[in-house]
Write a protein that binds this ligand. Structure first.
Ligand code: CUA
Length: 358
């Protein structure tokens, strides 16, 4: 190969490589980055991308060069010369990819190991996934360590002082240890801005460490097809300053202790809003029946409103509204503590009474 050919190959390689680099850098491919673990994931992403661009530049420059240099006239149908092996080239194209893939493997393994690292000053949050809601439970700081496949808030003594929320609130720069479980089928926890992703499995506790680095409101997505309401199985992840977080926490502590507004809190913290519409709570879900129409439904079922509401929560398949299916609503609400269930029933009765035709 002459010097001219090498110069041209290198030139093509540089131009194509720069083009690919521009595409990689100037198009915003990734969502915002809002966690320490995300920084490491992004490093692996860019490390791999850089290698890909280098390989692309080499392959594309040879291809473009060959298309120009070895072009035959349109009426030339003859075959090219047969090609024999070239041991030198074969060694190069085996060893170089081997080294690159090994490097990607090592860099990924180190990043993932660092991302699993749990600093001592962490905070624990229990995450429960159900068709089709998220529940976030905050055990007290002094809660005893839970067994391997149990959540802190499963323990009876702890459960009473666990705070429950349908949104994931996190303080800035505090490592949070998510201990997660599904109550029915597989779900998967993902906040794109945090990058970390983890399945929730019934009967098992899976974990994830996240250290939020940016104040903001992000979306928690379920990324495991889990049934009819999979696409609406979302919640907010709200990262705020430590002071704002403490204010929020004190607020729900008060709400949990207070009696009168208790039902509304139970409605909110159990994620009812993600499946049901209820004007009084500002809920707009459409997976399940519209709760504003409870009085009419009770009438159709031939039951007094309060008894009907209670039955529909603890025994959802006893009466299924027209247009909906059995087995979609969870039966686990039967295990709500009695005071919470009473408060929820009262709240639903009170907030729909006015709207119903009776
Ligand atoms: Cu839960 Cu998809």
């Amino acid at each position: 190969m002459g010097r001219g050919a090498i110069v041209r190959l290198v030139l093509f390689g540089v131009v194509l490589g720069l083009g690919a680099t521009a595409v990689a850098l100037f198009i915003p491919w990734l969502p915002d980055q809002a966690s320490k673990q995300g920084e490491r994931i992004d490093f692996v992403f860019w490390f791999t991308t850089a290698i890909c661009i280098a390989i692309f530049a080499v392959v594309a420059s040879v291809a473009v060069y060959s298309v120009i240099k070895f072009r035959v006239p349109p009426d030339d149908d003859s075959d090219g010369l047969p090609i024999h092996g070239h041991t030198g080239i074969e060694i190069v194209w085996t060893v170089v990819p081997f080294l690159l893939v090994t490097a990607i493997g090592v860099v990924s393994a180190v990043a993932l190991a660092q991302n699993d690292d749990l600093p001592d000053n962490h905070m624990v949050v229990n995450v429960v996934g159900r068709q089709f809601t998220w529940q976030f439970l905050y055990p007290p700081a002094d809660a005893p360590e839970a067994a391997k496949d149990e959540l802190e808030c499963d323990a009876k003594e702890v459960a009473r002082s666990c705070l429950s929320s349908a949104q994931l609130h996190l303080p800035l720069d505090v490592p949070v240890y998510l201990r997660m479980r599904a109550d029915d089928v597989l779900h998967s926890f993902w906040v794109p801005e945090f990058r970390q992703k983890q399945d929730l499995v019934p009967g098992q506790v899976t974990t994830l460490v996240i250290t939020p680095t940016k104040v903001g409101k992000y979306e928690v997505l379920c990324t495991e097809l889990c049934g009819l309401g999979h696409s609406v199985m979302r919640a907010a992840a709200i990262v705020s300053s430590r002071a704002d977080f403490d204010t929020w926490k004190a607020g729900i502590e008060k709400q949990a202790a207070g009696g009168g507004k208790g039902g509304k809190a139970v409605f909110a913290s159990n994620g009812c809003a993600s499946c049901h519409t209820l004007t009084a709570a500002g809920a707009k879900g459409t997976v399940g029946p519209n709760l504003d129409e409870l009085p009419q439904a009770a009438k159709t079922a031939g039951k007094p409103l309060e008894a009907f509401v209670r039955q529909s929560i603890v025994e959802p398949d006893a009466y299924v509204a027209k247009g909906f299916s059995k087995g979609v609503m969870l039966k686990t609400f039967a295990t709500l503590p009695k005071e919470q269930l009473d408060a929820l029933v009262q709240y639903l009765v009170d907030s729909t009474k006015g709207g119903g035709s009776r």
